[in-house]
Structures are given as structure tokens and as C-alpha cells.
Design a protein around this ligand. Structure first.
Ligand code: MN
Length: 231
């Protein structure tokens, strides 16, 4: 039985069942958040992103963010399953919550942004029009996005965001921060995002982040991007 269901059935508040954290491992914290499945097999993005990278990235890294987020929330006595609530007030929360909530949101956003590779994989319709309107043409957009992604020192994410004024901008965040967080220097709604942590590409591309970015365009799911743009 799911822990939450048990708690509800038992008529106990989660606080009453607060259990020790750390050495006891998974199962000893509340399942505020769960790991979403990949929307395709781990091999689906070959040869752009290799199967082993996808298995480790999703099954260990993303899973770890979810588990550590649940633990950190319990430790802080915060009981919510609303990720947007957490992201909007990260400045007031423990760094462990900030990092792992970001890690969970970012990767949940990232997986559906990809699909099996296609040659000449370019946006059409509203995404093409919006990119042309903001960046002139798709090639200029790609060039600027790559420049921002290459400019991230260490680990982080490159983003295409829609700002509150409705304009499209390219930005980056360090670590597992994202533009939805109140701590972000440029805030907005993510439309597209690229993980440039080494764990996202090192097995296949080693230190060649530029090659990873160039190849990544082949697996971008522009249908998902269109949905994100429509909001
Ligand atoms: Mn990652």
C-alpha cells in the first residue's frame, strides 16, 4: 500500500508519522513526488543520446532528485505535492529542497522535449513563427542558444523562456535552478530547455559539449515545444 494511502486510511496526519531520515533508506519518507516514466524507451534517442546515458540519467539521477526532495521536505516539515509552490519560494527554503525540486522539475520537463532523431528537424507553425519573430531565423536562434549553453561554467541548463511581457528570451541557470524559481536572475515560463550537466552527455561525448548540443537538435520534439508555447 502506498504510504499516503495508508496515512489517509489510518486517519493520521503525516506529521504524526514523521520518521527518522537518512540511514533507513527509501520508504522512510512521504511520497510527495514520484519519478515519472520516460515517455519512450531508453534507446529511443540513439544514436544522438545513448541508451546507457538515458538509463543512468533517468533511473539514477532523476530518481535521486525525487527521493532526496521527498526526504528534504520531510526533514523541513513541509507537506506539499505542488512543485510550483516550492519553485516560487525557493529563496525561503533549504538549499537541498531548491536543488532537488529543481532537479525533479527540470528533468520532468526535459524528457518529453525529445523524440527519436530526425534529419532536418526544424520547427514549423507557431514555434517557427515565434522564433523568427524573436531571433530572425532558426539558424540565428540555434547559434544564440548554443552560445548560451556553451557559456555555462560547470553544471546548469540553457532555456528558451516566455517572459511575463510575452517575449521569447534565451537564458541559463546554474546547477538545478530554473526560470520559474524566485531566485532566477531572469524569470519566465520555460518553452525549451537543455541539460548541460556532464551526466547528460559525458559517456558518449566526453568533454565535447558543442557536439552534444549540435546533435541534440535532431531529437528536439517540436510538438512538445509548441504545446509549451501555447501554455
Ligand atoms: Mn540531468
Amino acid at each position: 500500500m502506498e504510504r499516503r494511502a495508508f496515512i489517509k486510511m489510518a486517519g493520521l496526519s503525516p506529521l504524526a508519522l514523521k520518521l527518522p531520515i537518512g540511514s533507513s533508506g527509501p520508504g522512510y519518507y512521504h511520497d510527495h513526488f514520484t519519478l515519472p516514466p520516460l515517455p519512450y524507451p531508453a534507446s529511443a534517442l540513439e544514436p544522438v543520446i545513448d541508451t546507457q546515458t538515458m538509463e543512468i540519467h533517468h533511473g539514477r539521477h532523476h530518481k535521486g532528485y525525487v527521493e532526496n526532495l521527498n526526504k528534504a521536505l520531510d526533514y523541513a516539515g513541509i507537506h506539499t505535492d505542488d512543485i510550483m509552490d516550492i519553485l516560487s519560494r525557493t529563496s525561503t527554503l533549504d538549499e537541498r529542497i531548491r536543488n532537488n525540486a529543481g532537479g525533479h522539475w527540470n528533468h520532468s520537463f526535459f524528457w518529453p522535449l525529445m523524440r527519436p532523431p530526425r534529419e532536418n528537424n526544424v520547427p514549423e507553425g507557431i514555434v517557427r513563427d515565434a522564433i523568427q519573430g524573436s531571433f530572425g531565423n532558426f539558424a540565428s536562434f540555434q547559434e544564440l542558444f548554443k552560445k548560451v549553453a556553451m557559456g555555462i561554467f560547470g553544471s546548469g541548463w540553457a532555456w528558451l523562456i516566455k517572459t511575463s511581457s510575452g517575449s521569447l528570451e534565451i537564458t541559463s541557470t546554474p546547477n538545478q535552478d530554473n526560470p520559474l524559481m524566485d531566485v532566477a536572475k531572469e524569470r519566465g515560463t520555460p518553452i525549451l530547455g537543455l541539460d548541460v550537466w556532464e551526466h547528460a552527455y559525458y559517456l558518449k561525448y566526453q568533454n565535447k559539449r558543442a557536439d552534444y548540443i549540435d546533435n541534440w537538435w535532431k531529437v528536439v520534439n517540436w510538438d512538445t515545444v509548441a504545446e509549451n508555447l501555447k501554455g
